[in-house]
Design a protein around this ligand. Sequence first.
Ligand SMILES: Cc1cc2nc3c(=O)[nH]c(=O)nc-3n(C[C@H](O)[C@H](O)[C@H](O)COP(=O)(O)O)c2cc1C
Length: 200
Amino acid sequence: MTTVEQLQLDNIAKNDYQIYPLLKQRYSPRIFSDQKLTEKDVNRLFESVRWSASSYNRQPWRFIFAHKGTEGYDKIMECLSEFNQKWAGNAPFLMLAGYKKNTEEGTENFHALHDLGLSLGNMTVQAEYMGIGLHHMAGVDWKKAHEIFNVPEGYHIATAIAAGFYGGNLNDIPEDLREQERAERTRIPQTDFAFEGAWK
Ligand SMILES: Cc1cc2nc3c(=O)[nH]c(=O)nc-3n(C[C@H](O)[C@H](O)[C@H](O)COP(=O)(O)O)c2cc1C
């Protein structure tokens, strides 16, 4: 039987070149410790978003967040895909992540999704530094989210995120997901995505 500690060790990136330790140890957990995030923890996460780079400093990111045991949390759960609902309820903290679609001039902000992603990259590293794992989810019904949370015109909910301190119990997820948690993490080689001088 795999323990959570063993799982965490197995999930450490088998990187080919040296990387920052917080990036090396990061992975997307589906089980979490019961430890609640404090208000200060939450503020620290969003502060890392606040200081992210963004195109023209437009800061288009927007979040709805909720702690387990609240109505907001149950509402976010409702917006998740059936697959994500199988495990996301293990997280003490859930978020919906969205962005403002237009610039101040009313034209499409083509880089808003990039900025949201970058801000979440920052939050991921900040979270890791605090012992918190983030699991990003595309499996969210954005139309439902807009409806349930009355998201104003001009904004788009892109993803959801489950967050919690690393830990928990592998038995908290169904067997098929347990297998996925234990599966080897794979990556394409750098030569498949980083091209010097010309597209290859
Ligand atoms: C934008 C985005 C959407 C994702 N959507 C889901 C999802 O809906 N459900 C899920 O279980 N994992 C989801 N993931 C997690 C990925 O499957 C995971 O990051 C990938 O398999 C690599 O594993 P690692 O993060 O543990 O390195 C998503 C990740 C990202 C960045």
